[in-house]
Structures are given as C-alpha cells and as structure tokens.
Design a protein around this ligand. Sequence first.
Ligand SMILES: Cc1cc2nc3c(=O)[nH]c(=O)nc-3n(C[C@H](O)[C@H](O)[C@H](O)COP(=O)(O)OP(=O)(O)OC[C@H]3O[C@@H](n4cnc5c(N)ncnc54)[C@H](O)[C@@H]3O)c2cc1C
Length: 261
Amino acid sequence: MKVMKIVVCVKQIPDPAAPGSLDPSTNALKRDGKLILDDSDAYGVEMALQLVTAAGGGEVSIVSMAPNGETSGMRTALAMGAVRGVLVSDPALAGSDALTTARVLAAAVQKVGMPDLVIAATESTDGYTGTVPAQMAEVLGLPSVTFAKKVKVEGGVLKIDRQTEDGYDEVECPLPALVSVTAGVVEPRYPSFKGIMDAKKKEVITVTASDLGITPVGWSGAGQKVSSVTQAEARQAGQVIEDDGEAFNKIVAFLETLKVI
Ligand SMILES: Cc1cc2nc3c(=O)[nH]c(=O)nc-3n(C[C@H](O)[C@H](O)[C@H](O)COP(=O)(O)OP(=O)(O)OC[C@H]3O[C@@H](n4cnc5c(N)ncnc54)[C@H](O)[C@@H]3O)c2cc1C
C-alpha cells in the first residue's frame, strides 16, 4: 500500500469525572471549562497511528469542533502521534445539532485535504447520538463503514469486523472511506513525555464555520432541540441473597422474571 493519509475526528468534552451541569435556558451541557479528549476518540487516534505504521508510512491529522478555541483534548491526540489539527470554533456554533456537526467536520476534513480514510468513534461520551459518522460519510460522498471492532487495510481495501448483537460481520470496501470504531478496537497508547512536549509545537489551525462556508449553524441551523429534561431515577438498592443451599432457586426465579432464561 502507498503511504496512508488518515483524518481522525476527536471530540473534546467536559471531564466526565467532574460534575456537569446544564444551562437552564437551553438545556445544553455547560462547556465553559477545560475540555479533554473523549476516551472514545483515543481508540480512533491509536487505530489510525497503527494503520499508518502498517502501511509503511503516512500521517494522521485530527479535526475537532469545540467552543472557546479549546485545544487541550486535541493536544492529547497530537501527543499520541497525530501531526496536525484543524479546530472549528465559533460562538455561532453553540446549539449545533448532529447534522450541522457532521457538515462542519466534513468541511474541516476537506480543509486538511481528502485523506484515504476518515476515522470517528461509534458514539461520543457526552452527546452519544451515534449519528455524526454516517452523516459525515454522506456529506463527503464516502462509503460509511460502522461499528468496527477490528480494522485493517490490504491492497487499498478496508477490511473490518463489524460488531453485531451476536457476533461480527466481515465487511470490505474500497478506499477512500469513513469508518467508525468501537471502544477496544485497539489499546490506546499513553503519550510519552517527548510526545507531550512535541505536541505543544504542532500546528492547529482554528477556523470558524463561515470560514468553511457552512451556514446556518448553531441554534438557528438545528433541526432538533432539547425541549425538557428530567432527573434520572435514583438507582434502587440491589437484593442480597444469602446462600442457604437453595439460593440457586431464588436466582433462577429472579432471572425468569427478567425473561433472560
Ligand atoms: C460552541 C459549541 C457548543 C457546543 N455545545 C454542546 C453541548 O452543549 N452538548 C454537546 O453534546 N455537544 C456540544 N457541542 C458539540 C456538538 O454540538 C456535538 O458534537 C454534536 O451535536 C455531535 O453529537 P454527538 O456527540 O451525539 O455525536 P456522535 O454521533 O455520538 O459522535 C460520534 C463520533 O463523531 C465524532 N464527533 C462528534 N462530535 C464531534 C465534535 N464536536 N468534534 C469532533 N468529532 C466529533 C467523534 O468521533 C464521536 O465519537 C458544542 C460545540 C460547539 C462548537
């Protein structure tokens, strides 16, 4: 295979370990603090780096759409080994729905230059509509290959094991293509100290939606809105069954009520 050019979508999200809050006027997640690389996308970055190594050369670029010019999460991906990034950041983007995000990210990919492969995660950790990758593929006119739990490229052909409910399907398609990968497709590396230092100097171009020619965006361009939000039900305490020699009967009866046996 010739050298491979890969673009990975990396979403930057509020730290899931920190308590999040919603803006009461919009029901959108507040994103005014530091954002980190979504764990889901660390798998995509690692997958891309391994595919480039397997191809014998090439490069991995990243694209992200995030508020406040935030690049902290992108720097993590650059520290892992990506070479450059395009960030789309623009106050006008607040309230963007998944389709607008797909249009914006597709334009960012074209700004980098059409690669052999675009990689995204199956779903993000905070929004998790799981719809952006397929919509991006449509906008870019690329085959959409989803739920990949194993990815390789042989002779210019993308070959994946596509996760299904009861196993996996083997799917092949020609490049260029867009693939979404599941968590665990590969084990993401930890950035080295040298990687972290080098990442500070790597190029991240920041553009607005209008620089990319994408309008309307944000609340005015969204075909969906969060109309109301309710508190999730508190989790009930579990039932402890002491084994008196007959505990299996109670467990079987419990599983029967769930209709799993
Ligand atoms: C100013 C501003 C404010 C925003 N406010 C919010 C908000 O309050 N809540 C919220 O959830 N989102 C917000 N976003 C981000 C954006 O609206 C969402 O990313 C978008 O709706 C995608 O939905 P999802 O997470 O369900 O995508 P999914 O379809 O679940 O994502 C699948 C995969 O697509 C890729 N992807 C998705 N979104 C991005 C992205 N933004 N950048 C790079 N790759 C991506 C990733 O690989 C991701 O794992 C904001 C963005 C901006 C610029």
